[in-house]
Design a binder for this molecule. Structure first.
Ligand SMILES: [Zn+2]
Length: 161
């Protein structure tokens, strides 16, 4: 991604993990570009500060900053549903290629396995993903895909036995 029209916050000095001010969950750093891409309407005069992503399911807060004066963003402020915070379908897992948890579970239900992870991995290797500007975590979804597939397999097994 190019930095053509912004001066990025210096993240070098900010802690890698901060406690969410709402529920205290360990929250990892997120790139300013991710916040700017996914927040529906950015307030004017946002300070250049390090932002953090709270992925706790029981917390409405999504992004908060090292600078406590900086605006915080809640679920409804984002242009996408935050999969980690959703309990009702559709629960997005992969934001680049649009796979939901249901897609993964449906495939497991009909074929007994999930190929979503390998399909995404092939796209990632071809340079087709854009997690930085599409996924609220700013990170690759493959870990979440693996977890969703594992949960799906458990559900299918519970039904079978
Ligand atoms: Zn939180």
């Amino acid at each position: 991604m190019s930095d053509c029209c912004s001066v990025n916050a210096k993240s070098g000095s900010a802690p890698a993990v901060m406690a969410c001010p709402t529920n205290g969950a360990r929250s990892k750093r997120v790139d300013a570009l991710t916040v700017k891409s996914l927040v529906r309407k950015l307030p004017l005069g946002m300070p250049n500060t390090q932002y953090y992503f709270c992925d706790a399911s029981d917390c409405e807060l999504v992004y908060f900053a090292l600078d406590t004066e900086a605006p915080r963003f809640r679920r409804e402020d984002l242009v996408v549903r935050v999969g980690a915070k959703e309990t009702a379908d559709p629960i997005p897992i992969c934001y680049c290629f649009g796979f939901t948890r249901q897609d993964i579970w449906d495939e497991i239900g009909s074929t007994g396995k999930s190929t979503v992870g390998e399909r995404i991995r092939a796209e990632v290797e071809a340079g087709h993903c854009a997690c930085e500007v599409k996924n609220p975590s700013g990170k690759c979804c493959l870990g979440d895909v693996t977890r969703a597939a594992r949960d799906g397999l458990r559900v299918v097994q519970d039904k079978t036995f």
